[in-house]
Design a protein around this ligand. Structure first.
Ligand SMILES: [Ca+2]
Length: 393
């Protein structure tokens, strides 16, 4: 595979794309399981306001209260491939006790505090959007994804010429053990990687029609949803749906990672991120076709693992604290009005949810249902996809 070099200086002080949401040639990096974008093309933003830290509940305390789904049957027959999510009131987030399950202390702090939220009922795709579904969209519209567009000199005047090539970020296993704090060891910007060639120009979709589409940036996912007469879920809708009516559980299926000794999601077992390190005890090394495991109580497949899913909320680590401070029950929250990630203050990020086939209890446990991820909006990778929702008119 022809892999243009990532910048020799590696991850520098957080840069930014300024006010522009134009094409950013970025490297997606796995930081505690979340895809984070590092802008390779220079910094030109002013720092945003400082976020307030999320308070942690007292040790041993739990803020979870029962989920109260809205009563009544679905409003009609389910649209093709979708299931009814009744909506209702629930406790959202992940409490401090789950923090210790992540290898890196503090990595779930942005899911605090657990707070009360209510969402209206909606239809949701039972699975992540597949390659064959995305292909129909592209055939019908001629849409060109961001990873397929070549960044221009005008857009990025300070970028090295070798970086001005269309491509995307690809997980590249290492030949041996590496420190887990240097994500450039296993993420590469690959010229020619895009949804048709998910791991680089030599890869194809042959045999992958039922795999979730990947290498889609946020605007790509949004364009698909619009074409399909749907939209992307808010983070609150996503979590309500993923919890399946239960409250305060660690996983979408319960409290145990492997109920009955069996894996029920496509995650990663073994030595991360080494070549051949994924033991595939869950049946799959790497990405899997959708719906290979039992659905949750609402009929949703793969809300944990396989690929991260875009949500429509901007990412801020202090958003839950802000909702808590506002008091009462947050009704149909839409996310903060502006994005902010202290790790990369200049980048505009939206929420990712669900974790991926690269999440491991060694390094990242974001397949836990209340935890959060984040991604720069123009950055795709081969472990981020999406599913859509359809509100009731
Ligand atoms: Ca796996």
């Amino acid at each position: 595979m022809n892999a243009p070099k990532t910048p020799s200086q590696g991850p520098k002080a957080p840069g930014g794309s300024g006010g522009s949401l134009g094409l950013i040639l970025g490297v997606g990096v796995l930081v505690a399981g979340a895809l984070v974008a590092v802008n390779l093309l220079g910094s030109r933003s002013s720092p945003p306001p400082v976020a307030t830290a999320s308070p942690a509940p007292a040790a041993g305390a739990t803020a979870f209260e029962p989920t109260r789904p809205n009563p009544g049957p679905p409003p009609g027959p389910a649209p093709d491939g979708m299931v009814w999510i009744p909506g209702g009131e629930f406790s959202m987030g992940s409490d401090a006790s789950s923090d210790s399950l992540c290898g890196l202390p503090g990595t779930t702090r942005d899911a605090l505090p657990v707070h009360r939220v209510a969402v209206d009922g909606f239809w949701m795709d039972a699975t992540e959007v597949t390659n064959e579904q995305f292909e129909k969209f592209v055939q019908a519209t001629g849409y060109v994804t961001i990873a397929e567009r070549t960044p221009t000199r005008e857009e990025f005047p300070t970028a090295p010429p070798e970086n001005l090539v269309a491509g995307s970020t690809v997980y590249t296993p290492t030949s041996g053990p590496v420190p887990l704090n240097d994500y450039f060891q296993w993420w590469r910007y690959i010229h020619g990687a895009n949804w048709r060639h998910p791991t680089g120009p030599d890869s194809t979709l042959e045999g992958r029609q039922k795999h979730p589409v990947v290498q889609v940036a946020y605007p790509d996912a949004e364009a698909y949803a619009r074409w399909a007469g749907k939209r992307l879920p808010t983070e609150a809708e996503w979590e309500f749906a993923a919890r399946g009516g239960a409250s305060g559980q660690l996983y979408a299926w319960g409290q145990e990672l492997t109920p009955g000794g069996k894996y029920v999601a496509n995650i990663y077992q073994g030595r991360f991120p080494q070549q051949g390190g994924d033991g595939a005890q869950d049946g799959f090394a790497g990405i899997a076709p959708v719906a290979q495991y039992p659905p949750n109580a609402y009929g949703l497949h793969d809300v944990a693992g396989n690929v991260w899913e875009w949500c429509s909320d901007w990412y801020r680590p202090d958003y839950y604290a802000a909702l808590m401070m506002a008091g009462g029950v947050a009704r149909n929250p839409q996310g903060p009005t502006t994005p902010y990630d202290p790790a990369e203050p200049g980048e505009k990020k939206r929420v990712h949810r669900g974790g991926s086939f690269l999440c491991t209890d060694q390094y990242c446990t974001r397949y836990m249902v209340g935890t959060r991820g984040k991604g720069e909006v123009t950055t795709g990778s081969n472990h981020v996809g999406f599913r859509c929702v359809k509100p009731v008119r």
